[in-house]
Design a protein around this ligand. Structure first.
Ligand SMILES: [Zn+2]
Length: 212
């Protein structure tokens, strides 16, 4: 697939979802000349651990996306309250419609349709409304998925997985979570890679694929 000058939009309900779900692919796309935009809908100020400033995720997000090669001008931050994105469904839809008008992405990445986190499913449902005419891939966050149909894979090299791990390390306030474990992240990439005859990969749900 020729990615040069393609516009990729990553939708992250919370800062860090995009890095977990498709950090390796982002790194690969940027290396191939694509322009990646990253929209985060919540900085989860309400659930930042004690000892960290409430807006710590804003700086961590900036560093993490920079680690993947995303230009800070392409980082869009919205400050909806964590776990309450569904209360703001219409505003989020309007944000997405606006993003679509200004960026006109070629591919949109959003959490899987099977993701049960209330904020993740809100963003994905609104994305399906806002990006009807765009290819959409649902990324994998296994701790939120009751099941996952791997209908699309993106091969990754060691350097892409390393970039993903380095970007996730920027989230120092979130380090205690079990799924932040490097072995786990690498193991999942290895599992997906072996499924498609490579070394590493990330896996996605094909939500919409348009060939023009
Ligand atoms: Zn999340």
């Amino acid at each position: 697939m020729i990615m040069k000058d393609k516009k990729i939009l990553v939708l992250a309900p919370h800062a860090d979802d995009g890095e977990f779900g498709c950090g390796g692919s982002i790194s690969r796309f940027i290396e191939s000349g694509a322009v990646v935009y990253y929209a985060a809908f919540s900085l989860a100020e309400e659930s930042v651990p004690d000892g960290f400033p409430k807006d710590v995720l804003s700086e961590e997000l900036l560093n993490a996306t920079k680690e993947l090669g995303i230009n800070s001008d392409n980082l869009l931050i919205y400050r909806y309250p964590v776990r309450k994105l569904s209360y703001h469904r219409q505003e989020i839809l309007e944000d997405l419609v606006q993003i679509n008008k200004t960026i006109q992405p070629d591919i949109v990445f959003t959490p899987s349709k099977h993701d049960v986190h209330q904020d993740h499913s809100t963003v994905t449902l609104e994305a399906l409304r806002a990006f009807k005419f765009t290819s959409i891939l649902g990324y994998e966050l296994p701790w939120n998925n009751y099941f996952f149909d791997s209908t699309c894979f993106i091969h990754l090299e060691d350097r892409h997985v390393i970039a993903k791990l380095n970007s996730l390390k920027c989230y120092r306030s979130q380090i205690g979570r079990k799924y932040s474990n490097e072995e786990y992240i690498k193991g999942l990439a290895l599992t997906r890679g072996i499924q498609v005859g490579g070394k590493y990969a990330e896996s996605f749900n094909l939500l919409r694929w348009i060939i023009s």
